[in-house]
Write a protein that binds this ligand. Structure first.
Ligand SMILES: *[C@@H]1O[C@H](CO)[C@@H](O)[C@H](O)[C@H]1NC(C)=O
Ligand SMILES: *[C@@H]1O[C@H](CO)[C@@H](O)[C@H](O)[C@H]1NC(C)=O
Ligand SMILES: *[C@@H]1O[C@H](CO)[C@@H](O)[C@H](O)[C@H]1NC(C)=O
Length: 372
């Protein structure tokens, strides 16, 4: 009887919660270049601006560009814990971010991209980026690329939809970057960057952005499963690909699920037939780049980088293992708490079980058993 009453109360509460979720509308938060901003009237300018996000934790569930393609070539949004220039005395900062960084720390997360002819990025229903509050994203920096000098009084930017209510899934990102040199006069030179997905939950893919400079011809990600017998059709599949010569915003990808341990290889194909010298990786247009940003969603946010084969997890993300964490096999894989009646038997000789249990050890902290 008590249990039934409890269930009824739970259902009633659930009903209230659903009503509450339906009732609260997203907050619109605009980040635009101030009309008064001046001193950026050069061609090919990259201008950044930012505003602090609300102090309470929010979900970023939508982005609308406030920009015309004739004026703004592309907009990228970066999530930062601190921006390169912080607002002072309530003044909105504006800076040249072709020569300076977007975020103040090296931990920048690209959240959104819009460009000439690129489709608008829509987060799937029920998916949001965790921002504000004590998340690692306290500021969103908008980077606007103007090909022609910025018209006087222009106030292009973005309109963000933020909501207080939780969403079932968090958006996250797997970012790939490489350091390399391209030899001259090659029809094709491949740059390969391979990491295993190091999180503990499945990730669903939904959008991808690729980036190279002028010599890039294609960028693609392949998953090669270790055990081809288990999944013969998926043993080698292209999960995401992009044409770096097309507008470099985020484009939708066919949904796939990435599992813990999946080896993911990003390859950039470059062409240097008409180039007479070696070209190395770097930020300027005389250099090249090989980047892929794969947008994913999962129950707990996950942001991870693969830098030249070395996986780096942002340890401020709740869905990520800290840098200092180690995955080790359980030293006592067969151990289970004895049933009361087995106490005597267990004491006389431990049974070795067959389940492999992984124990995640946080250095200097308690162990957490997460799976088998
Ligand atoms: C945000 O910008 C849009 C488009 O310019 C405008 O219609 C809207 O009123 C702005 N909202 C806020 C809250 O400033
Ligand atoms: C792959 O999976 C099959 C089927 O479960 C199993 O028989 C085989 O031993 C596995 N191979 C490896 C290398 O783990
Ligand atoms: C290389 O140069 C030739 C001759 O100028 C030109 O026809 C060709 O399109 C160039 N190829 C590339 C990839 O730029």
């Amino acid at each position: 009887m008590g249990a039934r009453l409890g269930l009824a109360v739970l259902l009633l509460l659930y009903g209230f919660v659903s009503v509450a979720i339906a009732a609260s509308a997203p907050v619109i938060f605009n980040i635009t270049i101030p009309k008064s901003a001046s001193g950026f009237e050069e061609e090919d300018a990259y201008i950044c601006t930012t505003l602090p996000l609300p102090a309470q934790p929010m979900k970023l569930v939508g982005v609308e560009p406030i920009a015309k393609q004739e004026i703004v070539h592309h907009i990228l949004l970066f999530g930062c814990s601190v921006p390169h220039v912080e607002p002072k005395d309530g003044n909105q900062p504006v800076w040249d971010c072709k020569r300076a960084r977007t975020c103040g720390s090296f931990e920048e997360t690209i959240l959104y991209g819009w460009g000439r002819n690129a489709p608008k990025l829509e987060l799937p229903k029920g998916v949001g980026f965790s921002v504000g509050g004590s998340s690692s994203i306290r500021y969103i920096v908008a980077q606007l690329h103007y090909l022609s000098p910025k018209p006087k009084g222009d106030s292009s930017g973005v309109s963000l939809s933020l909501q207080k209510d939780p969403v079932p899934y968090s958006a996250g990102m797997l970012s790939y970057a490489s350091w390399f040199s391209i030899p001259p006069r090659k029809k094709e030179h491949l740059v390969i960057n391979r990491c295993c997905y190091r999180g503990f939950q499945p990730l669903s893919t939904f959008a991808v952005r690729v980036h190279t400079h002028g010599m890039g011809r294609s960028v693609f990600m392949v998953r090669q499963r270790v055990n081809a017998t288990l999944a013969p059709k998926n043993a080698l599949d292209v999960i995401a690909k992009g044409d770096p010569l097309a507008p470099q915003g985020f484009n939708p990808v066919k949904r796939s699920v990435i599992y813990p341990g999946d080896p993911l290889t990003v390859t950039c194909a470059f062409e240097s037939t008409n180039v007479t010298h070696w070209v190395s990786a770097g930020p300027s247009h005389d250099h090249e780049m090989c980047n892929m940003y794969l947008m994913v969603y999962s129950a707990i946010p996950h942001i991870e980088m693969c830098n030249d084969g070395e996986g780096m997890v942002a340890d401020t993300q709740p869905g990520s293992m800290p840098h200092s964490a180690l995955v080790t096999p359980d030293p006592f894989p067969g151990w289970r708490p004895p049933k009361p009646s087995d106490k005597v038997k267990a004491a006389s000789g431990a049974q070795v079980g067959t389940l492999d249990t992984l124990v995640f050890v946080r250095r200097g902290g308690p162990s957490v058993e997460v799976g088998q």
